[in-house]
Design a protein around this ligand. Structure first.
Ligand code: NAP
Length: 258
């Protein structure tokens, strides 16, 4: 399918690996020029080199997008983008009994205030130009809380509320905002979480993974490529009537009728 976005310009944050990279790859395959960001320079440049093989232009911005300096550097490089995909690392697992105010502030800055700042800065230009697409990478934890990821449950719920109200305000100007909610995907983060469970329970990482696989009707972890394809569709010309939605990609893991 021709996504109809060849020649558009996109910013994808936290995009050197995993789901962010999957989104950047799918947008590059659709002919979208990219600005991508991550903290580690080496992986970022390697990803950019791979993306350029699709014939698109790729600008890199190394830095922590959740810091003020990192955010400003990303925005300066982004300029007038048509497409924004927000992403950042997820908070660490733990327990509500030990999290402090500092832990909550950090999670809220990374997974709520940073995407809101990116949208606030970039959507006015999209509205002026009459076209824009925003996809926020959130989590299945928005719909079905994950006990050990309470910091994620809390911060992403705030972002979801912001999007619900704001999506309806920018839609009249041709700008759509939607959230993609990953269930378990085969990325470094999933492996790290499996490792954490294995350590806490005294089992192997393979055993932890096998147990998690059993909770997914599709009986596998999702891939960054299929996540990216869903993201690129939401950024396409065909998705202009999809507004303010929270779309779960979880292999059927959340058991619900609606
Ligand atoms: P990942 O494989 O660990 O990749 C994270 C990417 O983000 C890397 O490129 C990393 O590069 C970059 N990054 C992390 N923190 C950053 C920051 N502060 N500033 C700029 N770049 C940053 O993670 P993932 O699995 O793709 O997860 C992406 C998001 O989806 C996370 O928020 C995660 O919590 C959420 N999620 C993932 C899953 C899953 O199963 N994978 C499920 C639910 C939700 P650097 O480290 O070099 O910065």
């Amino acid at each position: 399918m021709d996504l109809g976005i060849k020649g558009k310009r996109a910013l994808v944050t936290a995009a050197s690996k995993g789901l962010g990279r999957g989104c950047a790859e799918a947008l590059a395959a659709a002919g979208v020029d990219l600005v991508i960001n991550a903290r580690g320079v080496e992986a970022l440049e390697a990803t950019a080199a791979d993306l350029r093989k699709q014939g698109v232009s790729v600008t890199t911005v190394a830095g922590d997008v959740t810091s003020e300096a990192g955010l400003q550097a990303v925005l300066a490089a982004a300029g007038a983008v048509d497409i924004l995909v927000t992403n950042a690392g997820g908070p660490p697992p733990g327990s509500w009994e030990t999290w402090t105010r500092t832990d909550y502030i950090k999670a809220i800055e990374a997974n709520m205030l940073t995407p809101i700042a990116l949208m606030t800065a970039l959507m006015p230009g999209m509205m002026e130009r009459g076209w824009g697409r925003v996809v926020n990478i959130t989590s299945q934890s928005v719909k079905a809380p994950i006990a050990a990821l309470g910091l994620s449950n809390a911060a992403r719920a705030g972002l979801t509320g912001f999007v619900a109200g704001t999506a309806r305000q920018v839609a009249p100007k041709g700008v759509t905002i939607n959230n993609l909610l990953p269930g378990i995907h085969d990325t470094d983060r999933a492996t790290a979480l499996d490792g954490g469970v294995a350590k806490a329970r005294g089992i192997t990482t393979d055993q932890a993974r096998t147990e998690r696989l059993a909770t997914i009707p599709a009986r596998r972890y999702g891939t960054a490529a299929e996540f990216g394809a869903a993201c690129a569709f939401l950024c396409s010309q065909h998705a202009g009537f999809i507004v303010g939605q929270n779309i779960l990609l979880d292999g059927g893991a959340m058991n619900s009728t609606l």
